[in-house]
Design a protein. Structure first.
Length: 93
């Protein structure tokens, strides 16, 4: 694929960018931008980098943080507390 850029014929490479915007970072890990913000705030996802006026997330750091997230078969401490308390076990939430 090629394109004219300021009068020059330029070949465009099909590459995945390493730096991702907030919305693309959220989509990359499969969550909404609002949940992504919460995950950045609580440390589950990395802090962004600044490039001039742009705020971007490093794809490699997102991958590393994603690997550290618990699997679905991991026990949730809240579930463990509910299972131990017979008054809370059968409650509908």
């Amino acid at each position: 694929m090629s394109e004219n850029y300021h009068g020059r014929h330029v070949e465009l490479l099909s590459i995945e960018p390493r730096g991702l915007s907030r919305a693309k970072s959220a989509a990359y890990i499969g969550v909404s931008p609002t949940l992504f913000d919460q995950m950045v705030g609580d440390g589950r996802m990395p802090q962004p980098k600044r490039v001039n006026s742009r705020t971007i997330w490093d794809r490699q750091l997102l991958d590393e943080a994603f690997e550290e997230l618990p699997d679905s078969h991991s026990r949730n401490p809240w579930d463990q507390d509910d299972a131990a308390d017979p008054k809370r076990r059968d409650r509908d939430y």
